[in-house]
Design a protein around this ligand. Sequence first.
Ligand SMILES: Cc1ncc(COP(=O)(O)O)c(C=O)c1O
Length: 494
Amino acid sequence: MRDETEVDLDATQFRAMSDETTRILLELFRDIRSRRVFPGKKPSDIQRLLAEPLPLKPQSPLKILKEVEKKVIPNSTFTGSPRYFGFVMGSGTTISVFGDAIAAALNQNPGVWKAGPAATELERIVIRWFAEMIGYDVRAGGILTSGGTLANVAAIATALNDRAGYDFLNEGLQSEKRKGRFLLYMSDHEGHSSVVKAAQLLGLGRDSVRRVKSHEDFTMDVENLEELIEKDTAEGNSPFCVVAQVGSINVGVVDPLKEISSVCARHHLWFHADGACGAFGRIIPRKAKLFEGLELADSITLDPHKWLYVSYDCGCVLVRDPVKLRNAFTLHAPYLKGILPTEYTGLDFHEHGPQMSRGFRALKAWMSIKQIGVERYSRLLERDVALVEYLDSLVKKSDEFEVLSKPVLQMYCFRFAPKSVKDEAELNKLNQRIVDEVQLTGKAFLMTTSIRGKTALRLSVTNHRTTKKDIELTFELLRQTGRMLSRSSSGKRR
Ligand SMILES: Cc1ncc(COP(=O)(O)O)c(C=O)c1O
C-alpha cells in the first residue's frame, strides 16, 4: 500500500482487478451449463478450507481474488445453472452483475433521498413498473426489500396499523383498547412460512396465523375462511388480514382472489396477496385470467429475485394506498431531515419500510427490465411454464412416476413410485434419497417437499437458461437414481 491512509486501489490495481474479475466471470458464465450445480461437500469441508486467522496486515488484492477463484467459486451452488430447480430461486441476469458493481461503487443509501437522489428516484420508477406489469394501480406505494419475507413483514405491519382501530403506532399490542387477539388467515397447505415468521416478528405470535382449509386443487376454501372469521370475531377476537397465495410455494396455485377480496370487504379486513413466487406470472397472456382480482389487493409481495431473474437480493412490497404504508413506518428524528422542507426535500424510503440504511437494489432491477423488456420477459416466463407442462407430460407417460400436482405456473411436484414399492413410508424415504443422491451428482439440483403427507420431488423452473433438454436429462437422472435405489433397497429387504 502506498500510504497507511490510502485504501483505494490505484488505477493499475483497479484495472488488473477488473480484468481478472472479468476473466473469472466470463469463464463462470461460459461454463454454466457444464459446471457442478452443487459442490457436494460437507459444511465442515468448506469451513476447513476457508478457516484463517483475523488478517492483521494488508494483503494483495490480486491474491485475494485468486483465493475467491480457488476457494469461493468452486464451493458455490450455481443457481444460474439451467439444471438448478431448487427452492424457488431465479437464475440471475448477467446485467445484474454490473448493476451491483456500480451500486457498490456509488455506495448510495436510498434510505434518505439526499444520500441517494437518483437511487431513490430509480426505485420509485422500478416500483411503478412492477405495478404496471402485474396490472396494479401505478399510483401504489411500495419499497424494495431484501425479499418476500421482509415484504410480508412490511405488508402485515401496515395492515395491523391500518386495521387495529386505535393508535397502534404508539400504543402497540399492549394497548388496553385491543379487543381479543389479532388474527390473520392463510390456506392450510400452501400458506408460506414467512407469514408465520412475520406474525412472530410483529409480536402477534405464530399461533395468530389461522389455517384455512383448502380444496382438492390446493386453493383456499373461501367458505371456510368466512366461517373462521365469523367464529373468531364472535369469540371477541380481532381478525385483521387475509393472505392469499399468488403462485404458491409447492404447487404454484393462485387463490380465488376476487372472492377473498369480497370476504375482506365484508369484514373490513386487509387483503394481502403473497405473490413472491408467482405474481409476475400475470405477464403471461394465457395465464392472465388466473390473476383476476389481484388489482383489488391492499398490498402485494413480489420477488424480482425469483421470477424476474434479478440477482439476489431484490424483493418488493406494493401497497395500494401509499399513505397507509407511510403511516406504518414514518418516524421523525432531527438528524434525518432538516427542520424546514425545501425544494430539495425528496422521498425518504426509510419512512416506507423497516430499514433505515439500505442498499441500491433498484439499479440491477432497472437495468434488467430495460435490457430484457416486458415482451421478452413474458416469453421467458411462458417458456418456464411450458417446461413444467412438458415435464408433466413425461411423468404421465411413465408408469414409474406419479403426478402430485397439476402444472399451474412454474412449480411442479411428482414422485418416483414404482409398482414394486407399495408402502407409503418407504416411498417417502425413497424419494428423499433420490433427491439427496441427485444433488450429490452435481448434474441437477432439486428439493423435496411434502404434498398431503407424500414426499414429493419438487421442481421450480424459475430459470431463463433451462431448455427441454435440461428437463429430459434431469428426468432421466431421477429415473435412473430411483431405479438404482429401489433395486438396492429391495435387495436388502430380501
Ligand atoms: C409464497 C412465498 N412467500 C414468501 C417467500 C419468502 O421470500 P424470500 O425468500 O425472498 O424472503 C417465498 C419464498 O420462496 C414464497 O415462495
